[in-house]
Design a binder for this molecule. Structure first.
Ligand code: ADP
Ligand code: MG
Length: 335
């Protein structure tokens, strides 16, 4: 019986994950959609669309509708969600029509932006849409005891934003969202290479450099990587070799902004709660948690234990999934 599917969605700025009660994570692809500007039709979604970035003819535009941490383009987000849900339905061999949906929203989202997310999912035909705060989903997904009377700090470093939150008794006690995450790091690498080498590299190349040799610590085992770009003087392709210490310096500013958000949250935290955090430490989730040296660097700067969640990229989706159980209770309450 699949008359009322229950699904959880992590509508991330970089990746969109869909979780179903029976199957776990059934979709995990970049939040990218390629649109034909002449017909407004969706040409490709997810991995396929991401591969098109920087390579398409003029009439096909790969779009990241959630680029800056919120829904920047409502229509495109709705189209992307519909296409992704359709793909999942096909894969599962049954329809996900009229699902009950639980979806996370960034803490920095305004009520208008929350409404936009809600409406985009309703438009797909969802019977019921419940929004959950992203850090709460991240904490649940990381396996933290959120319902207990101890406070936990979660730092979710995503593509568009980093969210810092203190959670106690299942709710957010204090939170901060900064529009600094993986995308900004990629941009810093692009700027660095342009400034130092007069070479233009694309976003995907920059992301590969970050994941390949990016490091948060000044002192680390040096690595190098060959990168191809366009020489801005000659206009011709050129290959250069970048070192991990150059990338570390390029990432420094973004990393310090994330650190500052954590420090501010800790400073404004009620003393009883900060005691818990010093004891239990901070848990990192989101793709940014995978940057080499991130955990050690933050632990050193903050003088507080720092842990990386078991599956940082899937944490939020797992958390929305675990909170699906609450959906029927909430539906009853809403009647
Ligand atoms: P969102 O929730 O905004 O969709 P994610 O939590 O999925 O974001 O994280 C995506 C970001 O994490 C991207 O900017 C990606 O480049 C970055 N990322 C993924 N893996 C790594 C890695 N190994 N090192 C550094 N950054 C990474
Ligand atoms: Mg996320």
């Amino acid at each position: 019986m699949f008359s009322s599917a229950e699904i959880g969605i992590d509508l991330g700025t970089a990746n969109l994950l869909i979780y179903t009660k029976n199957k776990g994570i059934v979709f995990n692809e970049p939040s990218v959609v390629a649109i034909d500007t002449r017909t407004k039709n969706v040409i490709a979604i997810g991995n396929e669309a991401k591969q098109m970035i920087g390579k398409t003819p003029q009439n096909i535009v790969p779009v990241r509708p959630l680029k800056d941490g919120v829904i920047a383009d409502y229509d495109v987000t709705a189209q992307m969600l519909k296409a992704m849900l359709k793909k999942v339905s096909k894969k599962l061999g049954h329809s996900l029509r009229k699902p009950s949906v639980i979806v996370c929203t960034p803490t920095g989202a305004t009520s208008v932006e929350r409404r936009a997310i809600h409406n985009a999912i309703k438009e797909y035909g969802a019977k019921y849409v419940h929004l959950i705060e992203e850090p709460v989903a991240a904490a649940i997904g990381a396996g933290l005891p959120v319902e207990e009377p101890v406070s936990n700090m979660v730092v979710d470093i995503g593509g568009g934003t980093s969210e810092v939150a203190i959670i106690s008794f299942g709710g957010i006690v204090s939170a901060r969202s900064v529009r600094v995450g993986g995308d900004k790091m990629d941009q810093s690498i692009i700027h660095y290479v342009r400034r130092e080498y007069n070479i233009l590299i694309g976003e995907r190349t920059a992301e590969n450099v970050k994941m390949g040799i990016g490091h948060a610590l000044v002192n680390h085992e040096l690595q190098t990587m060959e990168v191809r770009g366009r020489d801005m003087v000659t206009g011709l392709p050129k290959t250069i070799t970048l070192s991990s210490s150059e990338i570390q310096s390029a990432l420094k500013e973004s990393l310090e902004q994330i650190l500052e958000a954590i420090q501010n949250t800790l400073e404004n935290c009620p003393p009883e709660l900060s005691g818990d955090i010093v004891d239990h430490g901070i848990t990192l989730t989101g793709g940014g948690a995978l940057l080499k040296g991130m955990q050690e660097w933050l632990a050193g700067e903050l003088d507080v234990p720092v842990h990386v969640a078991p599956d940082p990229l899937a944490c939020v989706a797992i958390g929305t999934g675990k909170s699906l159980k609450m959906i029927s209770k909430l539906q009853k309450a809403a009647k």
